[in-house]
Design a protein around this ligand. Structure first.
Ligand SMILES: [Zn+2]
Length: 333
């Protein structure tokens, strides 16, 4: 680590100064339309004396909106007199992707959430990851990274933490998830954890929680309300913002194995056979994929490999072989 060159990113904010600062993480990016130009990633720091520090992020994927809506709002409204410690808000982490409304960066096709730990001499996306890895995560006690399904998935709204080898940290994560108070809370399993921000934070021993709050490349009134209430609740729970946590009823879900996930094996038009949040029996048909190239072909059936409820589904009407079509989670009582 110590042999790496410094990050090329320059913050225009001072992380140790009290008050509210709205500024940028300035990342030099020389290109055709701007010879000595930079990517200007918005950042807000709200600090009031010594105390715990929270890192709040959205737009890790650029087509997910509940997090950015809640975080631009929080940056505008959080009064430093309510804070003890530091709140660092980056509402659009992969800002080039967020500007383009796409999951990955239009500059280098980088998926920020598969780019950790990043590189100070890598692509634009790798440079962003490296800055979070080496500059922001180390100064953080609790990180909340907002996600939704983006253009291609839709989720029942949940806050989540991972199963962790350190059971004390795991319990703290699940307590923070409960404080977030989404309608659903998830013990989350990842398909592909290598390179994720989550993994970077957890390997550093940080308390880390995340969300999936809807999707389809848009937001809904209900999911944005959940995001706004949740972020304040987590800050109150962490003792960084004054006031009591507004607890709401939540139901716990678990993703016990890779049998949660179903994938398309053919291209075609997808017909969802059950809706989000509905109960699922093992073997039940979750979706059918209809061939569109010819008539007279029987649809491919996507069957549940375990019982539970439908926690996520493919969102667009057309599907390609390899697309994740459905995620089943188990209700924990
Ligand atoms: Zn995401």
């Amino acid at each position: 680590m110590s042999s790496l060159r410094p990050s090329p990113i320059t913050p225009t904010v001072d992380f140790d100064r009290d008050g509210v600062q709205h500024g940028f993480l300035r990342l030099p990016y020389s290109r055709d339309d701007s010879a000595w130009g930079s990517v200007m990633i918005p950042i807000c720091v709200i600090r009031n004396g010594n105390g715990p520090s929270a890192l709040l992020t959205g737009g890790n994927h650029g087509d997910e909106y509940e997090g950015p809506l809640a975080l631009y709002d929080l940056a505008r409204t959080l009064d430093p007199r309510q804070v003890s410690g530091t709140v660092i808000i980056v509402p659009a982490m992969n800002y080039p992707a967020f500007r383009a409304g796409t999951r990955t960066s239009p500059i280098d096709k980088g998926n920020l959430n598969r780019s950790f730990p990043g590189r100070p001499d890598g692509t634009v996306t790798e440079k962003i990851a490296d800055y979070f890895q080496r500059e922001l995560l180390p100064r953080t006690d609790i990180a909340l990274d907002f996600h939704s399904g983006g253009r291609t998935l839709d989720f029942v709204p949940f806050c989540a933490a991972h199963i962790r080898p350190d059971k004390a940290l795991e319990a703290k994560g699940f307590a923070a998830v409960e404080a977030f108070s989404a309608p659903w809370s998830m013990k989350m399993l990842e398909i592909d954890a290598v390179g994720m921000f989550d993994t970077a934070a957890e390997e550093m021993g940080k308390l880390f929680i995340t969300t999936e709050l809807g999707g389809g490349g848009t937001s809904r009134a209900e999911t944005v309300r959940i995001a706004r209430r949740g972020v304040l609740n987590v800050l109150r729970h962490a003792g960084i913002v004054t006031g009591a946590v507004e607890m709401q009823p939540t139901r716990w879900l678990d993703m016990p194995s890779g049998d949660c996930f179903s994938f398309a094996e053919d291209d075609g038009m997808i017909e969802t056979m059950i809706d989000l949040g509905e109960p699922v029996e093992e073997g039940q048909v979750l979706a059918r994929i209809h061939s569109i190239g010819r008539t007279g072909t029987a649809p491919q059936e996507i069957r549940a490999r375990m019982s539970g409820l439908l926690a996520a589904r493919h969102f667009p009407g057309l599907v390609k072989a390899g697309d994740c079509t459905a995620v089943v989670a188990v209700l924990v009582d």
